[in-house]
Design a protein around this ligand. Structure first.
Ligand code: G3P
Ligand code: MG
Length: 252
């Protein structure tokens, strides 16, 4: 961006209960990402919130997994969106990470909500649609969270890189707390936040400039960054007004 930062009047009012650190995909440096052991490890390490990714199975069940392909975290062939939930749940999503995690499963969103309740963890639910499934994933996740989000927990933050998924989620249930996700914050970030009633945006720490951080935070919006595991980087980001960092482990 060239020239001075655009002026955005202070018009976003983010909530104050989102913590400074959120365990990314659960505590994913210590346990296999997006599994119940990763959420348990986050709680055991003192985290109060976790982030996780939700994608639909072939039969429309909301599953907690990051990649469209099953290869990296289960070793299986195929794609999440082409595999039925019952078959996904037969896969071992733990042993790629370490032998002590053999048998960890790809959890459903429903199982994850039960685990969050048990562990007392808040969450950022990232809608991660498989390509071509943006609207249905947004609608399904928004509806399920509206129906089943545990009353004992703070309301979730619902984010997505997919504008289509986020808009579909917002149309389904406008009351969720939405946050657009950006690799690099675009010039029209404010309009994209307003389209889903967001008060925060999430972005890649590596692509955030001091100037852009200033511009967004001046508007009152919260900036939350992924993925930060180093203390020096976290200090810089906090000093630029970033309020929350997603980390695989506590930054050191
Ligand atoms: O939601 C923050 C972060 O998880 C976004 O990137 O690829 O790890 O889902 P990714
Ligand atoms: Mg994510």
């Amino acid at each position: 961006m060239s020239g001075p930062p655009r002026f955005h009047p202070r018009r976003f009012r983010p909530r104050a209960d989102v913590p400074r650190l959120i365990a990314h995909r659960g505590l994913s440096a210590e346990a296999p990402e997006n599994t119940l052991p990763a959420f348990e490890a986050a709680a055991a390490a003192g985290f109060t919130w976790v982030e996780f990714d939700v994608m639909l199975s072939a039969d429309g069940v909301a599953m907690v997994i990051h990649d469209e392909s099953l290869k990296r975290t289960t070793g299986a062939k195929g794609r999440v969106s082409e595999t039925a939930a019952a078959d996904l749940q037969r896969l071992d999503a733990g042993s790629w990470f370490g032998s002590q995690f053999v048998g960890a499963r790809i959890p459903t969103l429903a199982e994850t909500l039960a685990a969050l309740t048990r562990l007392g963890l808040g969450a950022n639910v990232e809608i991660k649609p498989a390509k071509g499934h943006e609207e249905e994933t947004g609608e399904t996740v928004a509806a399920q969270l509206a129906a089943d989000w545990p009353k004992s927990l703070p309301p979730p933050v619902v984010s997505s890189f997919s504008e289509a998924a986020l808009r579909a989620a917002h149309s389904t249930h406008p009351a969720h707390d939405y946050a657009p996700l950006f690799e690099r914050i675009p010039d029209d970030w404010a309009a994209r936040m307003q389209a889903v009633g967001a008060t925060a945006l999430h972005c890649n720490a590596k692509r955030l400039t001091k100037r852009r951080a200033e511009e967004v935070t001046q508007s009152g919006a919260a900036v939350r960054c992924y993925t930060v595991n180093e203390a020096a980087q976290s200090a810089t980001l906090y000093s630029q007004g970033v309020s929350t960092l997603f980390c695989d482990r506590r930054p050191d």
